[in-house]
Design a protein around this ligand. Sequence first.
Ligand code: GUN
Ligand code: ZN
Length: 417
Amino acid sequence: MMLIRAALLDAPEQGRLRFVEDGALLLEGARIQDAGRAEDLLPRHAGIEVHDLRPLWVLPGLIDLHTHLPQLEAVAQDGLTLLDWLETHIFPTEARFADPVHAKEVARAFFRGCLREGTTTVVAYGSSHPEAAELAFREAETAGLRAVLGPALMDRNAPVALLRSADRALFELESLGNAWHGRHGRLELAVAPRFAPSCTPTLMRGAAAVAARFDAVIETHLAETPAEIAWVENLFPEAPHYTGVYEAMGLLGPRTLLGHGIHLSAEERDVLRASGASIVHCPRSNAFLQSGTMPLRRWLEEGLPVGLGTDVAAGPSLSMFEEMGFACQAAKLRGEPIGVATALHLATLGGARALGWEARLGTLDAGKEADFILVDPALADPLGRESSEPQTVLSHLLYRARPGLVRGAYVQGVRCL
Ligand code: GUN
Ligand code: ZN
């Protein structure tokens, strides 16, 4: 057991911060056993070793719900929109993952990079190569973070080097799940049909069946750009809309994460709400590929579950602090601001909810698993000062994120940064 003493900041609801200036967390094994004011916890747990981390602040570990591991080296390739960018930059980059030495090297940098940015849970697509997926799990296991990983499933409309038959891809996916799903309580299989244009109905239906067998997270892309939507309408003329394709394939459920969801009709939003699936907002990617600006505030007001993702390589980095800041800016550019507290909520408890893990993660409450990060607010302050005003500090962290801001990361009570 260990007591951590520091300022505690989390966002248990949209628009609301919870702050304890002189706070404490009692860690027992992988869990937070007690949390609150130091003056209450210290006498209650007298004799337990105290780690005084002041003036650092403790925040819940950040949850990146959508990013692409093999794309890390392809960030910031400017000038194209989604479909041309995929063909020109992304598919060739992912094809390099046929080489296990390269796949391992990138995976190692990727997971260390997540932790350095304060991400303690990452949901990531791999390439389509099963050996690379296995290596990714091994690297995540070594890095110590929580990871939900799966190869990008594709059986059409991509270079041959990335395609696998539906039968083969599903067999390999199932083997990967048998080996890794649930390991250490922090590694899970993601079932990741890339998006409707690169998957046949056979592959999508089969993927849904594998996900049901493992109760696994499903991740895919939805309604990111107008050209992509037109392509889907062409490929699936019988479907009422893009969302209807995934519904018909059995891919929509409470553990489904839909990347982007920018251009959605009211009817599609009704289908999504009824299914319990979540939208993953990736605002830096949406700007970079000129995909559009998502009506975030409206989606939230309508009760759509939303989380945040960095979407590397369309997003330029693994920083969820920068993603939160940009989400605030993008919402303002639409004239529909959300505020920093809501951004933090989406990157923590919002992400946990989307994964079905709201009882386990996302806030600093007693009973939750001890996934949290340490940040140094003075580093983000323009004059290097310490402040105890949570709204100001969070604004600085989001709008002025910089390397070194995250000074530590714990997952299941174990320090991994
Ligand atoms: N849609 C299908 N694949 C991708 C991808 O790799 N990145 C993004 N941003 N959108 C996609
Ligand atoms: Zn993506």
